[in-house]
Design a binder for this molecule. Sequence first.
Ligand SMILES: Nc1ncnc2c1ncn2[C@@H]1O[C@H](COP(=O)(O)OP(=O)(O)OP(=O)(O)O)[C@@H](O)[C@H]1O
Ligand SMILES: [Mg+2]
Length: 371
Amino acid sequence: MEAKIIKAENFRNIESATVEFSSGVNLLYGNNAQGKTNLLEAVCFFSLGKSFRGAKEGEFIRFDSKNASLSLDFSDSVREQNIKIDFFRDKLRHVEQNGVKISRMSEMIGAFRAVLFCPEHLNIIKEGPSMRRGYLDVAISQLRPLYLRSLQRYNHILAQRNKLIKNAAVDRRSFDATVEFWSQQLAHEAASITRSRLKYLAMVEQELKECFAEMTGDREIPSLEYDFSFKIDRSTAEDVKKCEEVFLSRLMSSHEREIAAGATLWGIHKDDVDIRLNGKSARLYASQGQQRSLALGLKLSESRISMRDTGEEPVLLLDDVFSELDATRREYLTERMKRGQVIMTACGDVDLGTSVNVINVEKGKYLPCGK
Ligand SMILES: Nc1ncnc2c1ncn2[C@@H]1O[C@H](COP(=O)(O)OP(=O)(O)OP(=O)(O)O)[C@@H](O)[C@H]1O
Ligand SMILES: [Mg+2]
């Protein structure tokens, strides 16, 4: 997979830019606040369908402009494609893939496959469960667009069910009449999402173990375990029908607790992943360096799985990570970077030891070095 040309107009601090990427390593280089991450955010948008910084789309539009636009030419071994997106302040974005309008963002997810790694990904290890669920959801959605649809349906049903629970105090009748319907719907989506997550997690664990064996010379052994929010054993959870039944009975047996809490207390929106190093919780016991290795390992595992699944190396997007890694990890990452296209940002000197397409970034302008 390769990003060829990105065009940006009135996007963040970019008035107008056309940037050509080469097939190896591309380095966006420049001082602070010049627009390095802005361009990476733009490229990444085509893969995630949202900002990796969690920004709202309105924030993309350049101060004092009415709208912004992005266009990306990219290719895999089969074909060349283009996606164009217009963002407006006062109405919904407009997206075209290969000249054809698409109405839902989820339709474009999976076309341009990239894996992003930025310093905040340390939070996958350090912070609460939502970061770990997010890691799984983003990674699986890239490969399985149906997973994303299922997730969207789940969230929609969850919102309805939560509304019903909140209203139960004033309207117990509607609650009693419809709670089973919403619970069934929720359990149905949850079961297929659970199976996808379990399958994906098993693949990540295998990749991560290999990655650690290479990075640490077998001294540190990571393990990953899915942590369910309700009681179910793994083999039951892997069976979609049984998982649905167990989850439904959980949802139907504690109404008073849910009404008291005002929300749905169990489900895939509450699950977690237990990340361990040599059998000990990484969140609680791993050193800063070990946590960094785990975060990097998880991201590289994601790219390996994508490669195995699609036969194409996804584009690796690295924001500000190189300087943060120590020599061993840097060496390891540099080795992995040789496999496909990389777009990375840095403001200090980086020695990559390979040929690099350096793009100088200054005040929202992008100038290839030597041109
Ligand atoms: N909507 C917007 N309109 C205009 N400028 C914006 C907008 N959003 C962000 N900016 C500007 O973009 C600049 C930041 O760009 P960016 O995050 O890409 O910096 P960077 O080159 O990655 O810097 P660093 O090295 O500090 O990470 C800021 O000066 C910010 O004010
Ligand atoms: Mg930056």
